[in-house]
Design a binder for this molecule. Structure first.
Ligand code: ADP
Ligand code: ASP
Ligand code: MG
Length: 439
């Protein structure tokens, strides 16, 4: 059994959906296909939710109608037979009816999650209509029946395994299953989601749950590139990454993968492949236990970082100081990304502003607290990078003009992280591309 996940751009146009159908029929292995919403849909649903939250029902109604028109055209181009089009129109019509009903009820966060779920529900149903028209035997598996998260919003892999295998066993002779990425049920049984970009997470969880032979992530680029292709011109695909390297890159901003989607595949040792729907023959990137080669592989950047520095002469020779500092962040469920210490100060970075005021207030008894917003973590990721000749010299030489805020090195064998003011992010990535990869 293998898992194939297709992202928003891979299903965003009727012709692309046709191509996806052809791709999944290239071999006879049994498969679960995970689909995202059509590109742009989740953004539109987010906007609709925001408009409703602001009480702008007219604005929301206009957006819903615009989206509906897009789907009507999509159906026309996706399907060729009139009865198939009629069926699809009626299925999609129900989802737009739901969106029109929500205009009449009061907005809540849980209702918003229902709104956000419409994208993946519609894309999978449309794809199923197309497969049916083509006479392809398949079953649509409702993700809301097996994908669950606990009270801490963590996916429950054990539970997912049990529920998914029950569903699969009901259709033991079916060779192809289609399911929704991103959506799930929370501990209260309500519709929820795995956060933006979460379809990758669904794919990895499904692959781990069924112990798939491979988890293929099909997207609009030929694998994980050595640097952010949205920012740097000369980038190239990386052939092989270890799970740890890929997890660091995803967590530190490589948008091609959801930040925490690697662990399920890693836990069950399912290789992950990053492939290009538009260029299916390209080698892409293989992510597995072994790193392949030694040295720097890729650079990623994560914005919206806040540096918090606690300075205290009481820290001098004091034990238990760091524990007290960390307990404050733990209390407010705010993860720390980078840490550096000196004799009299400790600096940490966080990516959530939600409880910043309370955190600062509770840190103040320990010393003076300084906060710097608008920072970016630039992560240099690879295998045994410390063993790479002259790595630090090359690294700092190439970014000599950048006012680096913090440096973290030695925490792991595959990461060097720099904190730079976000205004210097683009320049830093470009300089590192030249300095470390000669590109
Ligand atoms: P999908 O809709 O298929 O999930 P995403 O837009 O989420 O696709 O991810 C693919 C995009 O990630 C690429 O188009 C690219 O712009 C961006 N990206 C950012 N960093 C990297 C990287 N290091 N390598 C490849 N793609 C990257
Ligand atoms: N549709 C969701 C999003 O746009 C999930 C995904 O595409 O991975 O974030
Ligand atoms: Mg994505």
């Amino acid at each position: 059994m293998k898992v194939m996940k297709f992202g928003g751009t891979s299903v965003g146009k009727p012709a692309r959906m046709h191509q996806v159908a052809a791709l999944i029929r290239r071999d006879n292995e049994k498969k679960i296909v995970v689909l995202s919403a059509l590109s742009g849909t989740t953004n539109s649903l987010v906007e609709i939710g925001n408009l409703l939250q602001q009480g702008d029902k007219e604005g929301a109604k206009y957006k819903i109608e615009q989206l509906n028109a897009h789907y009507q055209q999509f159906i026309d181009d996706l399907l060729s037979k009139e009865d198939a089009k009629e069926k699809a129109r009626s299925i999609i019509g129900e989802h737009f009816e739901f969106l029109h009903i929500i205009l009449k009820i009061s907005f809540s966060e849980s209702l918003n999650k229902d709104i956000l779920a419409q994208g993946e529900l519609m894309s999978t149903k449309l794809f199923s209509c197309y497969l049916e028209e083509q006479g392809v035997d398949h079953i649509l598996l409702p993700a809301l029946e097996f994908m669950t998260i606990d009270v801490n919003e963590e996916p429950q892999l054990g539970n997912i395994k049990v529920k998914l295998s029950q569903l699969l066993n009901q259709h033991a002779h079916i060779p192809l299953f289609i399911t929704q990425g991103y959506i799930c049920r929370n501990a209260r049984g309500e519709v929820d989601n795995l956060k933006r970009g979460g379809s990758d997470y669904t794919a990895s969880l499904v692959a781990a749950a069924v112990n798939a032979s491979v988890c293929e992530i099909w997207t609009d680029i030929d694998g994980m590139h050595n640097n952010d292709p949205r920012i740097v011109d000369q980038t190239q695909p990386v052939e092989q990454l270890s799970f740890d390297e890929a997890a660091e890159l995803a967590y530190f901003g490589a948008k091609i993968l959801h930040p925490t989607c690697i662990w399920p595949a890693q836990q069950e040792k399912v290789p992950v492949k990053l492939l290009n729907t538009m260029q299916p023959e390209a080698a892409g990137t293989v992510i597995q236990q072994e790193a392949g080669s030694v040295g720097v592989k890729a650079i990623a950047a994560k914005d919206g970082i806040i540096a918090v520095k606690i300075k205290s002469s009481r820290m001098l020779l004091a034990y238990g100081f760091l524990r007290k500092v960390f307990e404050v962040f733990e209390k407010y469920k705010t993860p720390i990304d980078m840490i550096t210490t000196s004799e009299v100060a400790v600096s940490v970075t966080i990516d959530q502003e939600q409880h910043l005021a309370e955190i600062i207030r509770e840190l103040q008894p320990f010393g003076s607290v300084e906060v710097e917003k608008g920072q970016t973590i630039v992560s240099i990721v690879g295998n045994h990078i410390a063993a790479t000749e002259f790595i630090l010299e090359k690294l700092f030489h190439s970014i000599a003009t950048i006012p680096v805020t913090m440096v973290s090195y030695g925490g792991s064998e595959h990461n060097i992280s720099l904190l730079v003011p976000s205004v210097h992010k683009k320049e830093t990535l470009q300089l590192l591309n030249r300095g470390l990869f000669g590109l």
